[in-house]
Design a protein around this ligand. Structure first.
Ligand SMILES: Cc1cc2nc3c(=O)[nH]c(=O)nc-3n(C[C@H](O)[C@H](O)[C@H](O)COP(=O)(O)OP(=O)(O)OC[C@H]3O[C@@H](n4cnc5c(N)ncnc54)[C@H](O)[C@@H]3O)c2cc1C
Length: 396
């Protein structure tokens, strides 16, 4: 008899977990609060550790149709007067694929989400839109939850993949709301024909500091350039809100003077979305990711700053690890609680390391004074590859 899994949240993590659990022989129901299963936002980078999971889930080919495979990662100086000079460079493209056995891709979040959704529908996963989970009750033999329309749902286990403001998290961790930072991400998608030819190459560019950084890369098979600028700015916004409308004026005010190429890209952006960046302290023990019949995954478990471009990647890795552990239940090797415990034990130290590293990257990217000088010297002396390549991360 197959087991039943409830998943709260149909984002990238929730859908990947649904697919992994389905492949492990579980019957899956995904409850999503939004009226439709869709994605907002802009681009995401997917390192080889993320694309390897997509490969295992059988969705890499679909996602690849709308993705780009950047040929290199460049660190450039964003300061005014320095014209974006190159500080360091790391080959990606075929080089990354041969180093790690999986490609380094950039993709629009909606295209990644659509690929996962299509596979979940084909697999027969039950996708329930317009169902906001509002309560959780764990019992000896199952978990019962309720959605905001009063409907009750039951399963052998519950996975909270409901993001930063998770309604499942309080059942496991009593640490209140996520922590807002004074870092704000402005995101834009620029039609490539509005971008100067010099900046249309399939590359990921990190434009560094001071007190800001920007990242550019192509998405939608090269039709759009994704631009995110992270600045230090106090922004009042509704608690729990993200993807607020942003304005170019507010961005320019926070950014100050930057190099001409970055300035031109900012001017080319048709509109801006704004994210106040939040995180939590790194996961400190396995019990923060699973207990009893309940587990957390993705941003619900370990929200992080986006400076390592690994939040969605960690959600995908979680989903893969969860699928393997749930498979052990189908094979009668583990019971449900032991399987979720194993999932948490396999994941918590890795995600904590990524959370810490993401935070440190923010400090390095925004460095000023002697720290900036030391950073630039180290990147140049190492030729980029030695400091920008992260085998511990990508080879996972
Ligand atoms: C500026 C920026 C740039 C980024 N760049 C990258 C990158 O390059 N690479 C990368 O890997 N990551 C990146 N990330 C991080 C990445 O976007 C997130 O880590 C990732 O989307 C988390 O996925 P998730 O499925 O865990 O959560 P989410 O994407 O937040 O999905 C949660 C889902 O749960 C639903 N939900 C919420 N509450 C409930 C409820 N009570 N009941 C039912 N449904 C609910 C939501 O509607 C949503 O659909 C970036 C983030 C930011 C802010």
């Amino acid at each position: 008899m197959s087991r039943g899994l409830l998943i709260a949240g149909g984002g990238i993590g929730g859908l990947a977990a649904a697919l992994a659990a389905d492949r492990a022989g579980w019957q899956v129901q995904v409850l999503e609060q939004a009226a439709a299963f869709s994605e907002v936002g802009a681009g995401v980078q997917l390192g080889p550790n993320a694309t390897r999971v997509l490969q295992a889930l059988g969705v890499l080919d679909t996602v690849n149709e709308a993705a780009c495979a950047p040929q290199r990662l460049l660190a450039r100086d964003a300061r005014a007067g320095h014209e974006g000079r190159i500080l360091g460079s790391l080959p990606l493209g075929a080089d990354a694929t041969s180093r790690y056995g999986a490609p380094y891709l950039t993709v629009h979040r909606a295209d990644l989400h659509a690929g996962l959704r299509k596979a979940a529908v084909q697999a027969g996963v039950s996708l329930q839109a317009g169902r906001r989970l509002v309560s959780v009750r764990e019992q000896v033999d199952d978990v019962q939850v309720q959605s905001d329309d009063g409907v009750a749902w039951g399963g052998d286990a519950l996975v909270g993949a409901d993001g930063l403001w998770s309604a499942v998290r309080p059942a496991l961790v009593g640490d209140g709301s996520p922590r807002a930072s004074d870092h704000v991400a402005y995101r834009a998608l620029i039609p490539m024909d509005r971008v100067a030819p010099a900046w249309r190459a399939h590359e990921v560019i990190a434009w560094l500091g001071p007190r800001l950084h920007a990242v550019t890369y192509p998405v939608r098979a090269g039709a759009l350039l994704n631009l995110v600028v992270v600045v230090e700015q106090a922004v009042e916004g509704p608690a729990g809100g993200w993807d607020l409308p942003g304005t170019g004026e507010r961005l320019r005010e926070a950014m100050g003077a930057v190099c001409t190429p970055l300035q031109a890209l900012v001017e080319a952006a048709p509109s801006w979305g704004l994210w106040v960046l939040h995180d939590r302290t790194p996961v400190a023990r396995a019990g923060e990711m699973a207990r009893g019949r309940i587990a957390l995954l993705g941003d619900a478990a370990h929200p992080m700053r986006p400076y390592l471009a690994q939040g969605a990647a960690m959600a995908l890795e979680d989903a893969h690890a969860l699928g393997r552990c749930l498979g052990a239940v189908s094979d009668r090797i583990l019971d449900v609680e032991a399987a979720l415990q194993r999932y948490a034990l396999t994941r918590w130290q890795r995600v904590a390391r990524v959370q810490r590293r993401a935070r440190r990257n923010g400090e390095i990217f925004h460095a000023t004074g002697p720290v900036r000088l030391a950073r630039d010297w180290v990147i140049r002396a190492a030729g980029g590859a030695r400091v920008m390549d992260l085998p511990w991360l990508y080879a996972h």
